[in-house]
Design a protein around this ligand. Sequence first.
Ligand SMILES: N[C@@H](CCC(=O)N[C@@H](CS)C(=O)NCC(=O)O)C(=O)O
Length: 373
Amino acid sequence: MTSTDQQTVLYGAPLSLFSGKARAYLRWRGVPFEERLSTPEVYKTIIIPRIGYPMIPVIETPDGQTIQDTTEIIDHFEKHTDGPSVFPDTPKQRFAAHLLEFYGDEWLLIPAMHYRWRHNRDFAHAEFGKTALPDGDEAAQIEAGRKASKMFEGVVPMLGATPEMTDAIEASYEALLGELDAHFARHSYLFGTRPSIGDYGLIGPLYAHLYRDPASGEIMKRLAPNVVAWVRRMHELEGAEPESGEFLDGDEIPETLLPVLRRMMREQGPCIQDMTDKVGALKQSSPDADIPRALGMQPFTLEDRSGEEKTGQRLVFPYGQWLLQRATDHQAGLSDEDRKGVDGLLGQIGGDFIKPEMIKAPVKRENHKLVWA
Ligand SMILES: N[C@@H](CCC(=O)N[C@@H](CS)C(=O)NCC(=O)O)C(=O)O
């Protein structure tokens, strides 16, 4: 990559899901950067004045740009630095990589938040305290951590992680771990020996909440040692060289990824359809209003350990449509032959409903906000 004397700064925190995603990417991409803790002072003096709301991670580039949102951060470095891309340039791999980024960023928040707040609560309070009061003693940090994490803890049931859904969320997550473990037994990353944007989507939840939080890490180590090795490869670059590797030849989608993609379509699929319908209805009813962060609730269904379907409710985030559009825009731009390949893959995974026409009211991001495209 091209380097500059001044370094990129990443404002984030060790416990943060999306900071882990950005950090892992910057390390692999060989971007020289310094990480600074997102303390209350940083929120007050940097993040809120520049972004308009409290959210991490935030990047400050050497030329003074401020970027929030890990997808935009990755886009920025893909565009402005040289080096191998995390976007496969073949039709099916690129499409599947975008879908899996969406799955990791949005859907795997459910197990991530479930495990953090039901199985790692004390640890999480202490970790929030280390960011909120870095110079405090342990007791003061825990107290500060309880306060600082109230919003995050409060939103857990709204994301669908309720006590009633516990068994189904854990059954689904454990099955996913098994599927990913079988995949990573054969491949270093999702599509070969180079990480893709899909890998960066998955590393968010699978690093901070599901690997680093101790009770979650114990489950991952017990059930999925190959996923653990992938997390370390992705995040610590253990056994991996920055900017190295290749995507599989011939636009191959490994057989071992099909169960993961099928799970995505089966579990998240109905919510994806509902999300695009709700975003479309909003544009029809209030074309001039700001797009709210959430658009009410939607049902979602997972199987519990006995195979019985359990239905919960979760918030609908229009932001998810922006991630989905990266897949559907790619699909729309394909030649007839390449489109057949992608649609054939969708047929194999139960995802026929994913098509450009499902986007009724496209969105884009502008100045850190979601707006109508
Ligand atoms: N889409 C954003 C999500 C970032 C995000 O949710 N960050 C969390 C910490 S990991 C946060 O700051 N949340 C504050 C909030 O949700 O209001 C990204 O990719 O950066």
